[in-house]
Write a protein that binds this ligand. Structure first.
Ligand code: ADP
Ligand code: MG
Length: 484
């Protein structure tokens, strides 16, 4: 996958805008007191409001609204002091009201941005057009009976935020990083759990293509992507499909399409002409939402440090490279773990250990940092043993593997296995003498000018010492002895 596309008539550019549906973290639904908990038996979490019973009135859950405000602040958006709920009318079996309560002309948040990382190491600012709040629909179950479908309304009425980007992305990778960054932000803000597998975050990708410098082309929208990787594949396929149509002299019809993961292709769901006329109008059951600026300011004051600020701090205060910092802040739990390890220690060394060793082992074990068998304090103690020359970095890796397996403390393993580094120069000298006595030919070659053999001697001495000799001391003494 690249940033441009080669067609028969030349180079094309991607134009991508994303609409992300993010399920709001709240105990109860947007307009009813029913629970939002995932995984309950079908239709166990449905109030008469969610079932669309006649005469039921929606009552706004201010927790959901506060969550949307937090999200708006977290993406640098403008919080509108007045916003309006509208009815979006359409018929579908999983929508018992016959309309979805959403926001149309006056959303709760306008504008904002998310900075994404580019492959060349730079960043790019992607605009966010709006964030609005709306109800989720229920779910049709087609696999329960051979001749009928069932409807589960547990999800009906759950609060969603729809985060709509500007058409600013120019490659599937930028789109992927936008989704990852947005996911990290809402997880830090604790407004959405970002669980794409459970459907807590779903993406609609709008895709068009153009030749550089030309106006935007007609777009197609690919619905309901619930994995970043699938989204990238869907965007790439869709852009190539459009190029084929255009280069064959055809034109793009504005359509809603679905991505078939197994066939790796997008298929038309409906065209613009068949598109619903939603007949939006303000919901007469709900007054416009009005906030005091003080209330918004109060929420702003409680916002946690967000990933971009944390990354900036790790770079500026700790001197970490951008790559390390961005890996560490991708999950808040990881950043917190790292900060405990790094406290009072070499920041870069701590970052290396957390990123390469800890994340490496956790990945292999399929675990998250919250289930790490090695605590941050225990990892810090291991690093202390390296910096005070008790063990070499090489030995420390073995010690860490054992800590990960057994949960034992570093010092205990070093003691039990006799892994303490040999810094005693007398002991090191005798190992070196032994190696030189064995390798007389190589010694002669080295002295005859074959400098490259130095590494060979280092290796031999380290091996003979069981990896325990202090490498710096070995280096110094060896150099002297080889010089003759
Ligand atoms: P609508 O009003 O039909 O919903 P919007 O202008 O709100 O359309 O855009 C919906 C989404 O489509 C946004 O994420 C936007 O960035 C994206 N988008 C708009 N025009 C294009 C285009 N030409 N190519 C790709 N994406 C686009
Ligand atoms: Mg729109």
């Amino acid at each position: 996958m690249g940033t441009t596309l080669e067609g028969a008539t030349g180079t094309w550019e991607y134009v991508i805008g994303l609409e992300v549906h993010a399920q709001i973290i709240s105990k109860s639904k947007l307009f009813s007191g029913a629970s939002t908990e995932f995984g309950a038996e079908p239709n166990n979490q449905v109030s008469p409001v969610d079932a669309g019973m006649p005469g039921m009135l929606p009552v706004i859950n201010m927790t959901c609204i506060e969550q949307a405000v937090k999200t708006g602040l977290a993406i640098n958006g403008r919080i509108n002091l007045t916003s309006v709920f509208d009815r979006k009318n359409y018929f579908y079996p999983d929508l018992p009201q016959g309309y979805q309560i959403s926001q149309f002309k006056q959303p709760v948040v306008t504008g904002g941005y998310i900075d994404v990382d580019l492959e060349d190491g730079g960043t790019k600012r992607i605009g966010v057009e709006r964030v609005h709040v709306e109800q989720d629909a229920g779910k049709s179950l087609h696999d329960q009976a051979p001749d009928s479908s069932y409807v589960d309304l547990n999800r009906s009425g759950v609060g969603l935020m729809e985060i709509v980007s500007d058409p600013d992305m120019r490659s599937p990778e930028e789109a992927a990083d936008y989704v990852r960054k947005l996911r990290t932000i809402v997880r830090y803000a604790e407004t959405c759990d970002g669980n794409m597998q459970e459907g807590s975050m779903r993406v609609d990708a709008n895709v068009s293509v153009r030749k550089a410098g030309e106006e935007f082309g007609t777009r197609c929208e690919i619905k309901n992507l619930n994995s970043v990787r699938y989204m990238q594949r869907a965007i790439e396929f869709e852009a190539n499909r459009q190029i084929d149509v255009l280069e064959a002299g055809g034109s793009i019809e504005q359509q809603t399409r679905l991505f078939d993961v197994a066939k790796n292709e997008t298929r038309s769901m409906r065209s613009k002409e068949e598109a619903h006329d939603y007949r939006y109008f303000p919901d007469p059951d709900l007054l416009p939402l009005r906030f005091e600026q003080d209330w918004v300011d109060g929420i702003a004051a409680t916002m946690p440090e967000l990933p971009a600020a944390k990354q900036e701090r790790f770079m500026a205060e700790f001197g970490l490279p951008a790559y390390d910092a961005s890996v560490l802040v991708a999950e808040k739990e990881n950043a917190d773990f790292y900060e405990v390890v790094a406290e009072g220690r070499d920041k870069k060394l701590a970052a290396n250990w957390v990123i390469s060793e800890l994340f490496g082992q956790l990945n292999k074990a399929g675990k998250g940092v919250e289930d790490s068998p090695v605590s941050a304090d225990a990892m810090g103690e291991l690093i202390d043993l390296i910096t005070d020359d008790t063990i070499s970095a090489r030995i420390a890796k073995d010690v860490f593997s054992e800590m990960f397996e057994t949960g034992k403390a570093a010092a205990v393993i070093v003691e039990e296995k006799g892994l303490k580094q040999v810094t005693d120069t007398g002991a090191i000298e005798s190992v070196i003498d032994e190696v030189m006595a064995r390798e007389t030919e190589k010694v002669a070659e080295y002295r005859g000018g074959k400098d490259k053999l130095f590494g060979f001697f280092i290796g031999q001495v380290m091996k003979a010492s069981g990896g325990k000799a202090n490498p710096k001391a070995v280096n110094e003494i060896l150099r002297k002895k080889l010089a003759g």
